[in-house]
Write a protein that binds this ligand. Sequence first.
Ligand code: FAD
Ligand code: PYC
Length: 415
Amino acid sequence: MKFSFGTLARLALTGSAWPEQWRDATPKPAYTVVVVGAGGHGLATAYYLAREHGIRDIAVLDKGWLGGGNTGRNTTIIRSNYLQDESAAIYEHALKLWENLSQTLNYNVMYSPRGVMMLAHNEHDIRVFKRHVHANRQQGIDNEWLTAEQAKAFCPPLHIGGDARYPVLGAALQRRGGVARHDAVAWGYARAASAMGVDIVQNCEVTGISRGPDGAVTGVETSRGAIKAGKVAVVAAGHTSVLMAMAGVRMPLESFPLQALVSEPVKPVMPCVVMSNTVHAYISQSDKGELVIGAGTDAYTSYSQAGGLHIASHTLEAICELFPSFRRLRMLRNWGGIVDVTPDRSPIIGLTPVPGLFVNCGWGTGGFKATPGSGHVFAATVARGEPHPIAAPFSLDRFRTGRLIDEAAAAAVSH
Ligand code: FAD
Ligand code: PYC
């Protein structure tokens, strides 16, 4: 078998080869909708446009390979325990879709609701997480408070002792939270969309967004030629500002590297997902046996798909303090992605000042869990030309009106 650079890069990132059948799709000269970005959100958007809105004349363009952006680089934590009502609504919408996604797509996305536990290490953490527990229950979302001993019983390798630099004082547990297989999500949506006639065009970089005399979008310029489009939907995490600038739209976004790593594979040892905001670390175990560990974002904006080594070292120190028995494991591979972050740490989904141009971005460090819900509500927004009710609060114009959805203090990882 001959491997291309894309396949080798995939192998390095995810440890598995990728399906070949979409690589050489040739773009047609015109489509009803062009989706820019073949990550999970872009592919899900195309899938729901085709399945629920009957629009099948769609191209999903990616400058690289399918799922090779953040979708294939994240630590796959899925939860809906957000503080604000608007956020809880969209993440819970996504969580409900996750629960049946393998059946819906007829593709095993390996969704595993093994529980996500967020550790409290000080009085402030306790107050914040208890506030989340109460808010989530009011929203009809499961979340419960555990004592340190209950947290240890749920996750035996966890060290809760008083000799730790950050002793565990308790934890918030969302039992329906968990993980999924990141690239399977991209492939599952791609295969199902492709079967409905959607063209998925890899190695096709969008270099310009064309507009007519009335200012409305008319198509895109790409590394494989011009493509006409009635509507253009930009779903290009990390690169949204660059793409939107092509249409003259300035975005309230900053791009940061965020990194993760895996250990050598071991037998099942870690029964759930554990996150610690205070020490900036999160950990789970993949079905292949690797411990999947994520770090915080770099302090400086950058488009480099690698984070600072000192950030990863800090994370590993924290993980080793929380899980002393993992000290003897060796690191297998590490990588980075580029996340785009909004001032209120909430996504932007919806219409733009340019007629026919739509955008879905700003998921920061937490958009994997949103993939099905985001694609679902964005597809409705693009199809109807007006925001889906769940997407409506996340409009771009909240940065003009000031009606922000502040999840900054609520986020479980450093931004
Ligand atoms: P992507 O998968 O990045 O897709 C965007 C695509 O756009 C890319 O494939 C890119 O090649 C393409 N593109 C860019 N520019 C162009 C162009 N000019 N022309 C054509 N194509 C273009 N979220 C969670 O919920 N849980 C987690 O545990 C979690 N952990 C994370 C850990 C790391 C290390 C990272 C980096 C992110 C993490 N996230 C997590 C965030 C999550 O990965 C993202 O929010 C989500 O995957 C974004 O999906 P997407 O489809 O929007 O973007
Ligand atoms: O949003 O749950 C999350 C997350 C975990 C790691 C990165 N993001």
